[in-house]
Design a protein around this ligand. Sequence first.
Ligand code: MD6
Ligand code: FE
Length: 212
Amino acid sequence: MKSGRPSLPEREGNARELIEPGAVLLRGFAQREAATLMAEIAGIAIAAPFRNMVTPGGFPMSVAMTNCGHFGWITDRSGYRYSSADPDGRPWPAMPARFRGLAACAAAAAGFADFDPDSCLINRYIPGARMSLHQDKDEADFAAPIVSVSLGLPATFLWGGAKRSDRPRRVPLESGDIVVWGGPARLNFHGVEPVANGDVACRYNLTLRKAK
Ligand code: MD6
Ligand code: FE
């Protein structure tokens, strides 16, 4: 509904779509930077390799993960949490200045000023990999938004509601699209449908957050 859209400054040429109050899709926001971002990911993965971590229930995730920044999101038999060390006990690689700058810029475009992430989870989806519906609630403070950057293969994002049983909307995401959410949408359920084969090997997602 046009009347409900906040009037915020546009990044040149980018459309802003309100998914619902607090959740904004910035189509193509990182498109020009996509290849550079993927090169940065390759460098990070040399220092902190992608791993298919196990859930607390003992199931390996189909999505492979690594992190950069002060804190990284991990899961193992002991639970979900943020850790300043990777599973081998080494500090996570530093967050590239480009990641932090892009996240702050996208958050501002979505109406969240002064976003300063201390954590970047990097998800890698090979075709068939998926993410079941979940809430992001391992962060210390839900005041900060989350910035989510899609790179590589397209995917269908599942945007649910405040309850797991709320029927999710399907939001198609392409390389360079950014979803920002916070405020009233901060704890909405969300997930990713199984990723299909395509022109490139996989999908990457950067999830930038303020963990602590
Ligand atoms: C993904 N994203 O797109 C999975 N969480 O690969 C998430 O789980 C997510 O995109 C919180 C905020 C934005 C997200
Ligand atoms: Fe999430």
